[in-house]
Design a protein around this ligand. Structure first.
Ligand SMILES: *[C@@H]1O[C@H](CO)[C@@H](O)[C@H](O)[C@H]1NC(C)=O
Ligand SMILES: *[C@@H]1O[C@H](CO)[C@@H](O)[C@H](O)[C@H]1NC(C)=O
Ligand SMILES: *[C@@H]1O[C@H](CO)[C@@H](O)[C@H](O)[C@H]1NC(C)=O
Length: 413
């Protein structure tokens, strides 16, 4: 948004937008509930018992685990992991628990099983991976008791920066921030601007804690903080770190007994480098202090992550990471036109346009090569398909999400 626009202009726009949205939503909501009501209920599906491993399988190899809950945190490279899970699900014909209408489970309200598309009591799913505010018992009731729970964390100061720039526009109390560097201004004195009751406030305060289902306004000295952190450790089999994404994927592959091909990836939903201001020095400190709950969480899991790497073997890790990077590069040469990511406006096929729900349009995507050998064609296409299009391909109806896209285009925001 050009900086010369007055705040009232911006507010008026949001007011109009709000009215429009509410109108549309009411209209479509009644339509959707009618549809749900009329839709034939599918035969209740249960999680099939895990495929019995053939007896002739050598005892030094393992059997892939295919029941997984990925608690998708915001702004943590989680779209890239989503792509990996979508591919896995297609490859093994797994059953996803998807939301209906949107690409998230009614975030920021807590997850409930009834939010799952076509949910019938007794249903069971192999994969749950869309944005949600975590609610363990509800999620757990939808998967086999042995399902693997994973999530991704990120250095809270950088996460805060990313969230501030991406979501700032939908957090009304940031509208009164003026000047060139709103982030710095906010961090000078957060309590002056921050309102815990404000709409979408969670995006600007301990977002990880919030997404994981806890109170993001807790006093950092409260004993509950440690309890929550230990609970996360109990419930999640692997807590990955965005900063060590490749190492995290290697641990994941090992834990789940997947193949290297399963974890190959191109970075999805990443911002162009020049659009990523580096948070350094004092601002970094301030952002960490402001997100102290997340900082405690991150410190805990940073430590446990490296213990896991140690147990896995440092040299083995280095070898496997090098291997993964080499294979990713090889896929880049096979699949990607120009072998690098490009700005959204330079992406030729609409089906490969990254989805940018809000914020400045700085997210990159890919063009596929014209001629890709038959062997790799499918994998290439899947690896560059942004999550919204991929979900559509997997049969999810995302009308609300798409409607928002049209409104955004129409209002040019
Ligand atoms: C596989 O099992 C056989 C017999 O049960 C055993 O002799 C062999 O050492 C095992 N191999 C590995 C790699 O565990
Ligand atoms: C869960 O895992 C345990 C031990 O790993 C195994 O004995 C049990 O059969 C598994 N249950 C299901 C439902 O897969
Ligand atoms: C995470 O742990 C590593 C290894 O102990 C350390 O070098 C790094 O500074 C830690 N990162 C943060 C943000 O605490």
């Amino acid at each position: 948004m050009p900086s010369w626009r007055k705040p009232w202009h911006c507010m008026a726009k949001w007011l109009i937008l709000g009215c429009l949205c509410t109108g549309f939503l009411l209209l479509f909501y009644s339509y959707a509930s009618l549809q749900v009501f009329m839709a034939k209920s599918p035969a209740p599906a249960r999680c099939s018992s895990p495929p019995t491993s053939p007896t002739n399988i050598p005892n030094d190899s393992c059997w892939p685990k295919l029941d997984i809950v990925f608690m998708k945190t915001h702004k943590t490279a989680s779209s890239t992991l989503l792509n990996i899970l979508f591919r896995l699900g297609q490859k093994h014909h797994l059953k996803f628990a998807f939301p209906s209408g949107y690409n998230d489970f009614n975030y920021p309200t807590f997850f409930r099983r009834s939010l799952v598309h076509n949910y019938q009591p007794g249903d069971c799913f192999n994969i749950i991976c869309n944005h949600m505010r975590f609610f363990y018992s509800e999620v757990h009731s939808l998967v086999t008791p042995n399902a693997t729970f994973i999530t991704v964390l990120r250095d809270p100061a950088h996460l805060f920066e990313s969230s501030f720039h991406y979501f700032g526009m939908v957090v009304p109390f940031t509208w009164k921030l003026t000047g060139h560097n709103k982030l710095a201004k906010f961090l000078q004195n957060p309590t002056q601007y921050y309102n815990p009751q404000g709409y979408n406030a969670q995006f600007l305060h301990n977002l990880l804690f919030f997404d994981l289902g806890y109170n993001n306004e807790l006093d950092p000295r409260s004993p509950q903080v440690e309890e929550h952190i230990l609970e996360v450790e109990q419930r999640f089999h692997l807590v990955m770190l965005q900063e060590y994404f490749d190492e995290s994927l290697v641990l994941l592959k090992d834990l789940m007994c997947w193949e290297l091909e399963d974890i190959l990836y191109f970075k999805l939903n990443a911002r162009r480098a020049s659009a990523v201001p580096q948070l350094t020095g004092e601002l970094y400190q301030r952002a960490t202090e402001w997100n102290q709950l997340d900082a405690l969480l991150y410190r805990h899991f940073n430590a446990s992550f490296w213990r896991k790497v140690e147990a896995f073997g440092r040299e083995r890790m280095a070898r496997e990471v090098a291997n993964l990077r080499w294979e990713n590069k090889r896929m880049e040469r096979i699949c990607i036109d120009g072998e690098h990511a490009v700005e959204a406006k330079d992406i030729k096929q609409p089906s490969l346009q990254p989805w940018q729900a809000m914020g400045a349009k700085t997210i990159l995507g890919y063009n596929l090569k014209k001629h890709i050998s038959h062997q790799y064609e499918q994998l290439c296409r899947k690896m560059v398909t942004p999550d919204i299009q991929y979900m559509t391909e997997l049969g999810v109806n995302l009308w609300i999400t798409k409607l928002w896209g049209y409104i955004r285009k129409f209002l040019q925001i």
